[in-house]
Design a protein around this ligand. Structure first.
Ligand SMILES: *Cc1c(COP(=O)(O)O)cnc(C)c1O
Length: 458
């Protein structure tokens, strides 16, 4: 009998992260500082610890996973690779569908894969406290969990509207000992200014980033740094444990090749995590299609131009070379909160420009159709973000059925949806809509990109 779960022993866990910067045929365009020149490590030093800045800029192919990080990973890693027999059956597909179950971490998503090493490297560099921002609370929760285990203080600036409407993730952060405040707060100069300008503001991610960075750089002891949950190279690097495990597990399942590798994309970290180890094989000639999936309401990879843009609304970050809808883009209120980012990781953008990826956009209703089909056949209620990957996997399984071919499809289940049932509620009530981004709105939003330098196209 074929196994449903393909498990690895703890002793088989990857001991090194895979750094794709070592293998791109041309390097990705570097981030630029305010002077229009590539940023230097020293410029980032007030914000991030130097050991993480070194990883951010590293071109070494394999990076050792520290023992202490491995020890914490073992709480939920290696994560199972699951053969989706139930989903295959309802689809009647000849494809073999596998998913990597990243919902089993204590925070419920892939995010702790990157939060734990970030906390670890901060501690190693002598830091005692980390600040960050969070929207719906997934990243804040993952960082709070990691800081608890490593004995660091953690302060999370949570966008006010989520703070008020979604208390559960805030309570998770507090259970892990973090301090979580609504942003704008009165704790920073930036926050006080925002409150003075608009006392009833619902807050924004850009505003929360400004507060978290100001808090970190203004600590007179110099022992606080800031942490970002996606987009940056070192965050993508830490997520590659997902794909490295999946490769071993597919081999264990007897699969000689994989045809489709699929992940949803907000900032790009869970996608890169599952895909980059396979992208290495593709760059070495393996025949496979690698599909990053985004919402049609926030079509960064499929429609937005490639250029330099800020990573945040407040223009505090360096200019990043990426596909971007413009850093002032206001996404429609879709329920996959983690996929509403205006840009995408520069390394994912670079791989797109190199012709190595096949980005795809899916509509919100199809996304929930897929999530419900998955919940009713595989049991797990997926995060709305993860449903995007499931929707693309189902499209591929149906294509295999039409063409009458066996194919191996792998996707990443980035998290469970037990904290995000509101979206399901609205779907069941028939209140959800598709929000394909209108052309005029996109044109308006990307107009702000005109003033920035243009990076070379790969
Ligand atoms: C945050 C989040 C995402 C999107 O972030 P990426 O950096 O693109 O991976 C996807 N799925 C879940 C469950 C998340 O919490």
């Amino acid at each position: 009998m074929q196994p449903t779960k393909i498990l690895l022993d703890e002793s088989e866990m990857p001991r090194q992260y895979y750094n794709i910067a070592a293998d791109f045929p041309t390097p990705a365009a570097p981030p630029l500082g305010p002077d229009g020149k590539p940023i230097t490590p020293e410029m980032l030093a007030p914000v991030f610890p130097m050991n993480l800045i070194e990883l951010e800029m590293s071109t070494q192919r394999w990076i050792d996973i520290p023992e202490e990080v491995l020890g914490i990973y073992k709480m939920w890693r290696p994560s199972p690779l699951v053969r989706a027999f139930g989903l295959e059956k309802v689809l009647g597909t000849p494809a073999r569908i596998y998913y990597k179950n990243e919902s089993l971490s204590p925070a419920g998503s892939h995010k702790p894969n990157a939060a734990v090493p970030q906390a670890y490297y901060n501690k190693l560099a002598g830091m005692t406290r980390i600040t960050t921002e969070t929207g719906a609370g997934q990243w804040g929760g993952a960082l709070a969990f990691s800081c608890a285990l490593l004995g660091l203080e953690c302060k999370v600036y949570m966008v006010r509207v989520s703070f008020d409407q979604k208390p559960f993730r805030r309570l998770m952060m507090e259970a892990w000992g973090a301090q979580c405040v609504a942003s704008p707060s009165t704790d920073t100069r930036a926050g006080r200014q925002m409150l003075q300008d608009n006392p009833d503001t619902p807050g924004s991610l850009g505003g929360a980033i400004s507060e978290a960075i100001e808090d970190a750089v203004s600590d007179p002891t110099g022992r606080t740094r800031y942490s970002l949950g996606s987009v940056l190279n070192h965050v993508l690097l830490f997520q590659t444990v997902i794909g490295l495990e999946a490769k071993q597990q597919l081999a264990k399942a007897g699969e000689k090749k994989v045809d489709k590798v699929i992940g949803c994309v907000g900032g790009g970290s869970n996608f890169a995590g599952i895909a980059f180890p396979f992208l290495l094989d593709k760059m070495n000639g393996a025949d496979m299609e690698i599909i990053p999936v985004e919402p049609s309401s926030c079509p960064t990879m499929t429609r937005a131009p490639f250029g330099y843009d800020h990573g945040d609304l407040a223009e505090m970050t360096p200019l990043l070379a990426m596909h971007s809808l413009g850093h002032k883009f206001v996404p429609p209120p879709i329920h996959a909160g983690g996929l509403r980012y205006h840009g995408v990781a520069p390394q994912v953008s670079h791989a797109i420009n190199l012709g190595l990826l096949s980005p795809r956009a899916v509509d919100q209703l199809e996304v929930y159709d897929a999530g419900v089909a998955f919940a009713r056949s595989e049991g797990i209620i997926p995060a709305p973000e993860s449903c995007h990957a499931i929707a693309a996997a189902i499209q591929e399984a149906e294509k295999a059925k039409e063409e009458g071919v066996e194919r191996v499809i792998l996707f990443n289940l980035s998290g469970h949806g037990l904290m995000d049932l509101n979206g399901y509620d609205r779907y069941f009530r028939g209140e959800l809509m598709n929000y394909p981004l209108p052309e005029e709105e996109m044109a308006r939003s990307i107009a702000s990109l005109g003033k920035y330098p243009k990076p070379a196209m790969a």
